[in-house]
Design a protein around this ligand. Structure first.
Ligand code: CA
Length: 464
């Protein structure tokens, strides 16, 4: 009897913000192939990561658990591959499994990918041009552009798979991660235009001390490697800042354009091989990114631009074309969802819930109406203080607790603890911290109670 379980093609990029995808309303670029996944399937408008930085988000996706459970709290933690992951369970259940591209969870021993029949991953961040890969652990250098190569490896593996068994393939792009090096094909894209500035470009950070202290400002906190040129000498400080934004955002969008082209190659391959109907195709990114928003690049903060993950999903058997899903989903929910589609039980250690029904348009009455977040990497790299918080449909509560708590990859220097609260309807850009204001006492108490509840639910420990 033929195996009717669906294939899963999980395409994830690195640092691709939803607001640089046209189906999410981007005003700065177009992404026709990502848009095609959404128009032939669903666009999820409220998918959030539990920790907005590369390695922790990747660990969460594999294990279906928050950082304090899977052990990858910061960029310095290696993933312990002996823990339960969804690829391991799917492989054991007869799926063919592979991962190509960015791994970023350590190398050697238990940190190497487990649960995959085949893998070729970039060492650490990897290079954009002529990159080295660890091919099943063996170091090998390839000529070409990283986004094309990762797609080549993926398609080659698909070509040579056993067509009688389902597959689960993770195609993990390095792009558009810093230092934003485009390929030759897109090098001159946007040369003749100015990319518009985001609404919050001139954020003054009043009421938000952690934001004021962050070292991720476009211009001031960028390097020559980021900008690939020195600002022209005649520019004023303000002009140099605008110049840096144009340099940065254009290279970022050029890298995105190559990702989008390569997604088109994969969609075409599925069509040509008659696999579009029985393959769940997902495009997402490990977290969002600041695209000049709040004057910044990078991520880490629980603010919308970095917290939100783009997430589009095509699966003609269950997901109606052109659907828009508003229900809240967290990246702990990915693994349970994939296991559900594969007809497998979700192990008790996993903390997420399957959103299979939600994607099909049926939102259960008791569906989650808040998500939990915790960024652990106190002050390292960009001066962002560690914090945790809760987001509901209408509000967000954040606590900057002000210490490293002994985490590796943090800076052991205390900062002043304080809370932030935002009304996301009145203040969607999160410019006005209203925590402690008299007009919010009711909702503030509810949010504190919800945060307490989530910390108990997920087994995390509040900082006293
Ligand atoms: Ca990332």
């Amino acid at each position: 009897m033929p195996d009717s379980r669906p294939n899963i093609l999980f395409i994830m990029s690195d640092d691709h913000a939803a607001h640089a995808i046209s189906t999410y309303g981007s005003v700065i670029n177009e992404t026709p192939n990502i848009d095609r996944i959404a128009s032939e399937g669903a666009r999820f408008d409220n998918v959030f990561c539990g920790n907005a930085i590369c390695a922790p988000s990747r660990a969460t996706i594999l294990a279906g658990t928050h950082s304090h459970v899977n052990g990858v709290l910061t960029l310095s933690d290696r993933f312990d591959g002996s823990q339960v992951t969804f690829p391991k369970l799917m492989q054991a259940a007869g799926y063919q499994t592979a991962i190509f591209g960015k791994w970023h969870l350590g190398h050697g021993g238990e940190a190497d990918p487990t649960g995959f029949d085949a893998w070729s991953v970039l060492p650490g961040q990897g290079d954009y041009h002529d990159p080295t890969f660890f091919v099943q652990g063996e170091e090998q250098r390839f000529d070409g552009y990283v986004t094309d190569l990762i797609t080549d490896f993926s398609l080659d593996w698909l070509e040579h798979r056993d067509p009688d068994r389902p597959f689960m393939l993770m195609t993990h792009h390095k792009a558009p991660h810093r230092p934003w090096e485009p390929d030759d094909k897109h090098a001159a894209m946007y040369d003749d235009i100015d990319i518009p500035l985001p609404e919050t470009w001139d954020d003054d950070y009043a009421t938000r001390p952690a934001a004021e202290a962050a070292l991720m400002r476009v211009g001031r906190d960028m390097t020559f490697t980021d900008l690939k040129a020195e600002p022209p000498a005649h520019l004023s400080d303000e002009e140099a800042r605008h110049w840096a934004y144009q340099r940065y955002i254009k290279d970022y969008l050029r890298c995105v354009a190559a990702v989008d082209d390569n997604i088109g190659r994969m969609l075409d391959w599925l069509d040509a091989n008659d696999l579009a109907d029985n393959t769940i195709v997902i495009y997402t990114s490990d977290q969002g990114f600041f695209l000049g928003d709040h004057g910044w690049y990078d991520k880490r903060f629980m603010y919308e631009e970095s917290l939100r993950m783009p997430f589009v999903m095509r699966y003609p058997r269950e997901v109606a074309p052109g659907s828009v899903v508003d229900a809240m989903v967290s990246n702990i929910d990915f693994a349970p969802t994939f296991l559900d589609h594969a007809g497998l039980d979700v192990p008790g250690v996993m903390q997420g819930v399957s959103f299979r029904e939600v994607a099909g348009g049926q939102v259960p009455e008791e569906w989650q109406d808040s998500i939990y977040y915790r960024y652990w990497m106190h002050l390292e790299h960009h001066g962002v203080a560690a914090h945790y918080g809760v987001r509901t449909a209408t509000h967000k509560l954040i606590y900057y607790y002000g210490e490293a708590l002994g985490t590796t990859g943090s800076i052991d220097r205390d900062t002043e603890p304080y809370w932030e609260l935002f009304d996301l309807q009145a203040d969607p850009n999160e410019l006005n911290n209203i925590h402690g204001g008299p007009e919010v006492s009711g909702v503030q108490a509810e949010l504190h109670a919800e945060l307490d509840r989530l910390m108990v639910h997920y087994g995390d420990t509040p900082v006293a």
